[in-house]
Design a protein around this ligand. Structure first.
Ligand code: COA
Length: 334
Protein backbone atom coordinates (compact mmCIF):
# COMPACT_ATOMS: atom_id res chain seq x y z
CA UNK A 1 0.00 0.00 0.00
CA UNK A 2 1.32 3.45 -0.88
CA UNK A 3 1.92 6.04 1.76
CA UNK A 4 -0.96 8.21 2.94
CA UNK A 5 -1.12 11.54 1.15
CA UNK A 6 -1.51 14.46 3.52
CA UNK A 7 -2.09 18.12 2.88
CA UNK A 8 0.87 20.35 3.64
CA UNK A 9 1.04 24.11 3.69
CA UNK A 10 3.55 25.19 1.06
CA UNK A 11 3.17 28.94 1.03
CA UNK A 12 1.76 31.90 2.89
CA UNK A 13 0.69 35.41 1.97
CA UNK A 14 -0.50 38.28 4.15
CA UNK A 15 -1.92 41.72 3.91
CA UNK A 16 -3.08 44.30 6.41
CA UNK A 17 -4.34 47.73 5.43
CA UNK A 18 -1.76 50.45 6.12
CA UNK A 19 -3.76 52.54 8.59
CA UNK A 20 -2.71 51.81 12.19
CA UNK A 21 -5.17 52.78 14.90
CA UNK A 22 -3.79 53.03 18.42
CA UNK A 23 -5.70 52.62 21.66
CA UNK A 24 -5.31 56.35 22.29
CA UNK A 25 -7.08 57.07 19.02
CA UNK A 26 -9.93 54.76 20.01
CA UNK A 27 -10.13 56.56 23.35
CA UNK A 28 -11.08 59.67 21.36
CA UNK A 29 -14.06 57.81 19.86
CA UNK A 30 -15.46 55.97 22.92
CA UNK A 31 -15.07 56.09 26.70
CA UNK A 32 -12.00 53.90 27.19
CA UNK A 33 -8.27 54.20 27.73
CA UNK A 34 -5.03 52.56 26.68
CA UNK A 35 -4.36 50.95 30.09
CA UNK A 36 -7.77 49.24 30.24
CA UNK A 37 -7.48 47.87 26.70
CA UNK A 38 -3.92 46.62 27.18
CA UNK A 39 -4.66 45.02 30.55
CA UNK A 40 -7.92 43.31 29.52
CA UNK A 41 -7.03 42.33 25.96
CA UNK A 42 -3.30 42.71 25.24
CA UNK A 43 -4.13 44.87 22.21
CA UNK A 44 -2.02 48.00 21.60
CA UNK A 45 -3.07 48.82 18.05
CA UNK A 46 -4.91 47.38 15.08
CA UNK A 47 -5.11 48.06 11.33
CA UNK A 48 -8.29 49.52 9.90
CA UNK A 49 -9.24 49.49 6.25
CA UNK A 50 -10.36 52.74 4.62
CA UNK A 51 -14.07 53.02 4.07
CA UNK A 52 -15.04 51.33 0.82
CA UNK A 53 -12.36 48.63 1.13
CA UNK A 54 -13.91 45.20 0.78
CA UNK A 55 -12.79 41.88 2.20
CA UNK A 56 -11.91 40.69 -1.32
CA UNK A 57 -9.57 43.70 -1.70
CA UNK A 58 -7.53 42.59 1.32
CA UNK A 59 -7.80 38.93 0.32
CA UNK A 60 -6.54 39.47 -3.22
CA UNK A 61 -3.46 41.29 -1.90
CA UNK A 62 -2.73 38.42 0.50
CA UNK A 63 -3.21 35.86 -2.29
CA UNK A 64 -0.95 37.83 -4.64
CA UNK A 65 1.71 37.84 -1.91
CA UNK A 66 1.32 34.07 -1.58
CA UNK A 67 1.44 33.39 -5.33
CA UNK A 68 4.52 35.52 -5.73
CA UNK A 69 6.33 33.85 -2.82
CA UNK A 70 5.36 30.36 -3.97
CA UNK A 71 6.23 31.25 -7.55
CA UNK A 72 2.99 30.03 -9.07
CA UNK A 73 0.20 31.57 -11.11
CA UNK A 74 -3.45 31.92 -10.10
CA UNK A 75 -4.40 29.68 -13.01
CA UNK A 76 -2.82 26.72 -11.18
CA UNK A 77 -5.26 26.92 -8.25
CA UNK A 78 -7.95 24.25 -8.32
CA UNK A 79 -10.09 25.18 -5.32
CA UNK A 80 -10.53 28.41 -3.33
CA UNK A 81 -11.97 28.27 0.17
CA UNK A 82 -12.56 31.62 1.80
CA UNK A 83 -13.13 32.08 5.51
CA UNK A 84 -14.91 35.28 6.41
CA UNK A 85 -17.76 36.80 8.40
CA UNK A 86 -17.57 39.95 6.33
CA UNK A 87 -18.06 38.81 2.73
CA UNK A 88 -18.20 41.66 0.21
CA UNK A 89 -21.90 40.81 0.00
CA UNK A 90 -24.10 37.83 0.85
CA UNK A 91 -23.76 36.49 -2.64
CA UNK A 92 -21.93 35.88 -4.85
CA UNK A 93 -19.44 34.38 -2.45
CA UNK A 94 -16.13 36.13 -1.85
CA UNK A 95 -14.43 33.04 -3.33
CA UNK A 96 -16.03 33.89 -6.70
CA UNK A 97 -14.83 37.49 -6.52
CA UNK A 98 -11.30 36.40 -5.65
CA UNK A 99 -11.29 33.71 -8.37
CA UNK A 100 -11.96 36.32 -11.02
CA UNK A 101 -9.38 38.78 -9.74
CA UNK A 102 -6.50 36.34 -9.39
CA UNK A 103 -7.19 34.66 -12.73
CA UNK A 104 -7.84 31.26 -11.18
CA UNK A 105 -9.50 30.10 -14.37
CA UNK A 106 -9.83 26.44 -13.49
CA UNK A 107 -10.77 26.85 -9.83
CA UNK A 108 -14.07 26.35 -8.11
CA UNK A 109 -14.67 27.68 -4.62
CA UNK A 110 -16.92 28.74 -1.82
CA UNK A 111 -16.99 30.59 1.50
CA UNK A 112 -17.04 29.04 4.95
CA UNK A 113 -18.75 30.88 7.74
CA UNK A 114 -17.43 29.82 11.12
CA UNK A 115 -16.34 33.19 12.50
CA UNK A 116 -13.08 33.06 14.42
CA UNK A 117 -12.72 29.32 13.83
CA UNK A 118 -13.25 29.62 10.12
CA UNK A 119 -9.62 29.61 9.05
CA UNK A 120 -9.10 26.25 10.76
CA UNK A 121 -12.39 24.92 9.39
CA UNK A 122 -11.31 25.96 5.90
CA UNK A 123 -7.86 24.47 6.34
CA UNK A 124 -9.32 21.16 7.43
CA UNK A 125 -11.93 21.18 4.68
CA UNK A 126 -9.36 21.98 2.02
CA UNK A 127 -7.08 19.26 3.34
CA UNK A 128 -9.74 16.64 2.60
CA UNK A 129 -9.59 17.43 -1.12
CA UNK A 130 -5.81 16.99 -1.08
CA UNK A 131 -5.90 13.80 0.98
CA UNK A 132 -8.50 12.28 -1.32
CA UNK A 133 -6.20 12.93 -4.27
CA UNK A 134 -8.86 15.07 -5.95
CA UNK A 135 -6.91 18.34 -5.95
CA UNK A 136 -3.24 19.30 -5.85
CA UNK A 137 -3.43 23.04 -5.19
CA UNK A 138 -6.02 24.35 -2.76
CA UNK A 139 -6.04 27.99 -1.73
CA UNK A 140 -7.23 28.78 1.80
CA UNK A 141 -8.00 32.41 2.49
CA UNK A 142 -8.89 34.06 5.80
CA UNK A 143 -9.96 37.66 5.43
CA UNK A 144 -12.16 40.09 7.28
CA UNK A 145 -12.99 43.76 7.31
CA UNK A 146 -14.30 43.70 10.85
CA UNK A 147 -14.65 47.48 10.88
CA UNK A 148 -17.56 47.05 8.46
CA UNK A 149 -19.63 45.36 11.19
CA UNK A 150 -18.33 46.89 14.42
CA UNK A 151 -20.52 49.45 16.14
CA UNK A 152 -18.30 52.53 16.34
CA UNK A 153 -20.11 53.55 19.55
CA UNK A 154 -19.67 50.22 21.36
CA UNK A 155 -16.55 50.38 23.50
CA UNK A 156 -16.69 46.69 24.31
CA UNK A 157 -16.19 45.63 20.69
CA UNK A 158 -14.55 48.51 18.82
CA UNK A 159 -11.41 48.02 20.87
CA UNK A 160 -11.07 44.37 19.90
CA UNK A 161 -11.25 44.06 16.16
CA UNK A 162 -8.95 44.83 13.27
CA UNK A 163 -8.90 44.23 9.52
CA UNK A 164 -6.58 41.88 7.67
CA UNK A 165 -6.11 38.92 5.39
CA UNK A 166 -3.96 35.84 5.08
CA UNK A 167 -3.76 32.97 2.64
CA UNK A 168 -2.05 29.61 2.52
CA UNK A 169 -1.59 27.05 -0.21
CA UNK A 170 -2.26 23.38 0.45
CA UNK A 171 -0.46 20.78 -1.64
CA UNK A 172 0.04 17.01 -1.26
CA UNK A 173 2.94 15.62 0.73
CA UNK A 174 5.54 13.79 -1.29
CA UNK A 175 7.55 10.59 -0.95
CA UNK A 176 9.38 10.57 2.37
CA UNK A 177 7.09 13.16 3.94
CA UNK A 178 4.68 10.77 5.59
CA UNK A 179 4.62 12.61 8.92
CA UNK A 180 4.41 16.08 7.39
CA UNK A 181 1.45 18.31 6.78
CA UNK A 182 -1.88 18.33 8.56
CA UNK A 183 -1.83 15.35 10.87
CA UNK A 184 -5.08 15.61 12.78
CA UNK A 185 -7.96 17.91 13.61
CA UNK A 186 -10.95 18.15 15.88
CA UNK A 187 -13.76 20.59 15.33
CA UNK A 188 -16.89 21.21 17.35
CA UNK A 189 -19.93 23.43 17.35
CA UNK A 190 -22.04 24.32 20.35
CA UNK A 191 -25.05 26.19 19.04
CA UNK A 192 -26.23 26.99 22.55
CA UNK A 193 -23.68 29.80 22.39
CA UNK A 194 -25.30 31.45 19.35
CA UNK A 195 -26.93 34.20 21.39
CA UNK A 196 -23.66 35.40 22.91
CA UNK A 197 -21.94 36.53 19.74
CA UNK A 198 -23.80 37.40 16.58
CA UNK A 199 -24.73 39.95 13.97
CA UNK A 200 -28.51 39.59 14.18
CA UNK A 201 -29.63 41.88 11.36
CA UNK A 202 -29.65 41.51 7.60
CA UNK A 203 -30.36 37.78 7.38
CA UNK A 204 -33.63 35.97 6.65
CA UNK A 205 -34.76 36.27 10.26
CA UNK A 206 -34.38 40.04 10.36
CA UNK A 207 -33.99 41.31 6.79
CA UNK A 208 -32.48 44.77 6.64
CA UNK A 209 -35.05 47.47 7.34
CA UNK A 210 -35.13 50.89 8.94
CA UNK A 211 -36.01 49.08 12.16
CA UNK A 212 -33.01 46.73 12.07
CA UNK A 213 -30.75 49.69 11.39
CA UNK A 214 -32.30 51.78 14.18
CA UNK A 215 -31.76 48.86 16.56
CA UNK A 216 -28.16 48.53 15.32
CA UNK A 217 -28.73 44.90 14.45
CA UNK A 218 -26.25 45.18 11.56
CA UNK A 219 -23.40 45.32 14.07
CA UNK A 220 -21.62 42.71 16.19
CA UNK A 221 -23.48 41.95 19.42
CA UNK A 222 -21.34 40.27 22.02
CA UNK A 223 -21.65 39.15 25.64
CA UNK A 224 -17.94 39.45 26.28
CA UNK A 225 -17.75 37.52 29.53
CA UNK A 226 -19.72 34.51 28.26
CA UNK A 227 -17.58 34.36 25.14
CA UNK A 228 -14.43 34.76 27.19
CA UNK A 229 -15.30 31.94 29.60
CA UNK A 230 -16.27 29.55 26.82
CA UNK A 231 -13.18 30.42 24.79
CA UNK A 232 -10.80 29.74 27.67
CA UNK A 233 -12.45 26.44 28.59
CA UNK A 234 -12.84 25.14 25.04
CA UNK A 235 -9.44 26.21 23.75
CA UNK A 236 -7.76 24.52 26.72
CA UNK A 237 -9.87 21.39 26.32
CA UNK A 238 -9.24 21.00 22.58
CA UNK A 239 -5.54 21.82 22.82
CA UNK A 240 -4.75 19.51 25.71
CA UNK A 241 -7.03 16.85 24.16
CA UNK A 242 -5.14 16.94 20.87
CA UNK A 243 -1.78 16.62 22.60
CA UNK A 244 -2.99 13.79 24.83
CA UNK A 245 -4.43 11.91 21.85
CA UNK A 246 -1.01 11.93 20.19
CA UNK A 247 0.91 11.36 23.42
CA UNK A 248 2.61 14.71 23.08
CA UNK A 249 3.45 17.42 25.57
CA UNK A 250 4.06 21.12 25.11
CA UNK A 251 7.77 20.33 24.88
CA UNK A 252 7.20 18.38 21.66
CA UNK A 253 5.73 21.40 19.91
CA UNK A 254 7.77 23.84 17.84
CA UNK A 255 5.08 26.41 18.44
CA UNK A 256 1.49 27.04 19.47
CA UNK A 257 -0.59 29.26 17.22
CA UNK A 258 -3.96 30.23 18.63
CA UNK A 259 -6.64 32.49 17.26
CA UNK A 260 -5.80 35.97 18.57
CA UNK A 261 -8.94 37.18 20.36
CA UNK A 262 -7.62 38.14 23.76
CA UNK A 263 -4.12 37.75 25.19
CA UNK A 264 -5.56 36.32 28.39
CA UNK A 265 -7.25 33.48 26.45
CA UNK A 266 -4.00 32.65 24.66
CA UNK A 267 -1.95 32.78 27.87
CA UNK A 268 -4.41 30.64 29.83
CA UNK A 269 -4.32 27.96 27.13
CA UNK A 270 -0.55 28.11 26.83
CA UNK A 271 -0.12 27.61 30.55
CA UNK A 272 -2.55 24.66 30.51
CA UNK A 273 -0.61 22.88 27.75
CA UNK A 274 2.66 23.65 29.52
CA UNK A 275 4.56 25.10 26.60
CA UNK A 276 7.64 27.32 26.85
CA UNK A 277 6.65 30.95 26.57
CA UNK A 278 8.75 31.75 23.50
CA UNK A 279 6.94 29.01 21.56
CA UNK A 280 3.60 30.78 21.97
CA UNK A 281 2.91 33.01 18.99
CA UNK A 282 1.30 36.29 19.98
CA UNK A 283 0.64 39.17 17.65
CA UNK A 284 -2.65 40.45 19.01
CA UNK A 285 -0.83 43.52 20.33
CA UNK A 286 -0.34 44.81 16.79
CA UNK A 287 -3.36 43.49 14.88
CA UNK A 288 -6.17 42.99 17.41
CA UNK A 289 -8.69 40.31 16.49
CA UNK A 290 -8.86 40.06 12.69
CA UNK A 291 -11.25 37.07 12.93
CA UNK A 292 -10.46 34.78 9.95
CA UNK A 293 -7.04 36.33 9.39
CA UNK A 294 -5.49 35.89 12.84
CA UNK A 295 -4.00 32.46 12.26
CA UNK A 296 -2.34 33.07 8.88
CA UNK A 297 -1.02 36.40 10.19
CA UNK A 298 0.38 34.57 13.21
CA UNK A 299 1.91 31.85 11.04
CA UNK A 300 3.72 34.63 9.20
CA UNK A 301 5.06 36.09 12.41
CA UNK A 302 6.14 32.63 13.59
CA UNK A 303 8.10 32.09 10.37
CA UNK A 304 9.59 35.60 10.39
CA UNK A 305 10.82 35.19 13.96
CA UNK A 306 12.36 31.79 13.21
CA UNK A 307 9.98 29.99 15.54
CA UNK A 308 8.31 27.88 12.85
CA UNK A 309 10.71 25.79 10.81
CA UNK A 310 10.54 22.74 8.60
CA UNK A 311 9.92 19.65 10.70
CA UNK A 312 8.36 21.50 13.65
CA UNK A 313 5.14 20.26 15.15
CA UNK A 314 2.62 23.07 15.41
CA UNK A 315 -0.66 23.12 17.27
CA UNK A 316 -3.38 25.49 16.10
CA UNK A 317 -6.47 26.34 18.15
CA UNK A 318 -9.47 28.59 17.71
CA UNK A 319 -12.85 29.40 19.21
CA UNK A 320 -15.44 31.66 17.65
CA UNK A 321 -19.05 32.69 17.31
CA UNK A 322 -21.49 29.83 17.08
CA UNK A 323 -19.89 28.66 19.20
CA UNK A 324 -17.42 27.06 16.80
CA UNK A 325 -14.07 25.66 17.83
CA UNK A 326 -11.20 23.59 16.61
CA UNK A 327 -7.67 22.38 17.00
CA UNK A 328 -5.34 21.24 14.25
CA UNK A 329 -2.02 19.44 14.62
CA UNK A 330 0.49 19.76 11.78
CA UNK A 331 4.13 19.17 11.00
CA UNK A 332 5.51 22.17 9.18
CA UNK A 333 6.75 21.23 5.76
CA UNK A 334 8.77 24.12 4.37
N1 COA B 1 -12.95 50.52 28.29
C1 COA B 1 -13.19 50.72 29.60
N2 COA B 1 -14.09 49.99 30.29
C2 COA B 1 -14.75 49.03 29.62
C3 COA B 1 -14.55 48.78 28.27
C4 COA B 1 -13.62 49.57 27.60
N3 COA B 1 -13.34 49.41 26.29
N4 COA B 1 -15.35 47.76 27.89
C5 COA B 1 -16.03 47.39 28.95
N5 COA B 1 -15.67 48.15 30.02
C6 COA B 1 -16.17 48.09 31.39
C7 COA B 1 -17.52 47.41 31.45
O1 COA B 1 -18.55 48.34 31.18
C8 COA B 1 -17.52 46.95 32.88
O2 COA B 1 -17.87 48.03 33.71
P1 COA B 1 -18.83 47.80 34.99
O3 COA B 1 -18.10 46.83 35.85
O4 COA B 1 -18.94 49.17 35.53
O5 COA B 1 -20.09 47.25 34.40
C9 COA B 1 -16.07 46.59 33.14
O6 COA B 1 -15.32 47.27 32.15
C10 COA B 1 -15.79 45.12 33.06
O7 COA B 1 -16.41 44.60 31.89
P2 COA B 1 -16.30 43.11 31.46
O8 COA B 1 -17.14 42.88 30.25
O9 COA B 1 -16.51 42.25 32.66
O10 COA B 1 -14.76 43.07 31.08
P3 COA B 1 -13.91 41.83 30.68
O11 COA B 1 -12.75 41.72 31.58
O12 COA B 1 -14.74 40.62 30.45
O13 COA B 1 -13.33 42.30 29.27
C11 COA B 1 -13.69 41.83 26.97
C12 COA B 1 -14.20 42.55 28.20
C13 COA B 1 -14.66 42.10 25.82
C14 COA B 1 -12.33 42.38 26.64
C15 COA B 1 -13.60 40.34 27.29
O14 COA B 1 -14.80 39.90 27.85
C16 COA B 1 -13.29 39.50 26.11
O15 COA B 1 -12.23 39.59 25.51
N6 COA B 1 -14.21 38.58 25.75
C17 COA B 1 -13.99 37.67 24.65
C18 COA B 1 -14.15 38.42 23.39
C19 COA B 1 -13.75 37.59 22.22
O16 COA B 1 -12.79 36.88 22.27
N7 COA B 1 -14.50 37.73 21.13
C20 COA B 1 -14.19 37.13 19.90
C21 COA B 1 -14.59 35.71 19.90
S1 COA B 1 -13.41 34.74 19.21
Amino acid sequence: MGQKIRAKITGLGRYVPPRVVTNDEIAKLVDTNNEWIVERTGIHQRHWAEKGTATSDLAVKAVEDLLQKRGIDGSEIELIIVSTVTPDMFFPSTACLIQERIGAKKAWGYDILAACSSFLYSLTTGAQFIESGRHKKVLIVGADVMTSIVNPEDRTTIILFGDGAGAVLLEPTEEGEEDYGILDFRHEVDGSGAEFLSMPGGGSLHPSSHETIDKKMHYIHQSGQQVFKFAVRKMEELSTGMLAKHQLTGDDLGCFIAHQANLRIIDATASKIGIADDKVIRNIHKYGNTTAATIPLAIGDAIDSGRLKKGDLVLFAAVGAGFTSGSVLARWAY
